[in-house]
Design a protein around this ligand. Sequence first.
Ligand code: HEC
Length: 177
Amino acid sequence: MKRLLLLTALVTFGCGSSEDDAQSTCGTGTLCIAFPADFNGFVKWTSTPGTSDVVADPGVVHAGGPRTVYINKKPAAGAKEFPVGTVIVKEIHTSDDVSQRKVFAMVKRGGNYNASGAVNWEWFELVRFVDGSATIKWRGVGPPSGEAYGGDKNGGCNTCHGAAKANDYVLTKGLSL
Ligand code: HEC
């Protein structure tokens, strides 16, 4: 009886939390279509302060407070671009309540995605939970129309980041290739 209960528990709960992992194509080849699980635990990744020499005025939303930029895996030394599967998350420390903080991300998706902008990168806004997991608020080649983006007149993501084309569209000083 005990064994049966255990088995039922495994079947019921065992796969639930890894469902997103199963759908993710990241880390398996030349395409990375990210799922919420790909952002899990980002607060424990390698991090660097959010600062840039390229764009002096990071706009209303980005500059809302001190910023931390996290990366799931730094590229190899001498790399000319960030490999497919690279996930970079930027958290703006606007509030002590972590669930209220603005969190943005960019994922190297590949497949010539976002061809007329930051080529191969997909943009995200995340909602972050206290336990370090996150969920996706929106994703795409930029914020959805109607998304006020904090009233920032330079609303699109590709504009400012285009200034860092030579660094594969990544602006943060600590992530120079
Ligand atoms: C007004 C200019 C501007 C716009 C618009 C902008 N960014 Fe940024 N972003 C920056 C700057 C500058 C940095 C470098 C770190 C810092 O100063 O905070 C940065 C850093 C980032 C980073 C960390 C990786 C990196 O490139 O350094 C992510 C992720 C990011 N931005 C996401 C977004 C998303 C998503 C959007 C669109 C919703 C967006 N950004 C729009 C200026 C901008």
